[in-house]
Write a protein that binds this ligand. Sequence first.
Ligand code: CU
Length: 127
Amino acid sequence: MQRLLVWGLLIVSGMSAVSKIQAEQTDHRVVTILAERFSFTPSEIHVAIGTSLELRIHSNDTMHGFRIIGNNVNVLVPKRRQGEAVVRFQAVDVGRYEFECSRLCGAGHNFMRGAIIVHADRQDADR
Ligand SMILES: [Cu+2]
């Protein structure tokens, strides 16, 4: 009986050590994006899986929108000098996550696109 208890304690302490390592490996990154007619800069953001990404989007001209396709993110980006939109994105799965302007802002509106690219390998992420 006592032996069983010792084993149980070993397993529990082993699990908490693993979750601690995972927590320490979570990268938090803040990226500032400039929105203007008709682009986002940067338009590609490369992160490693596990990254907690915070995007701070501000406009250099009129009001824009920022939508991540296939995700439920869709925010307004206030016009120049009126503040910024903050979007949080957890890089849970490897892949390419396209974003676009979601507010009709002029003739080139459809060109306002970009992507968050989530890599399995940390070395492929932006530094
Ligand atoms: Cu637009």
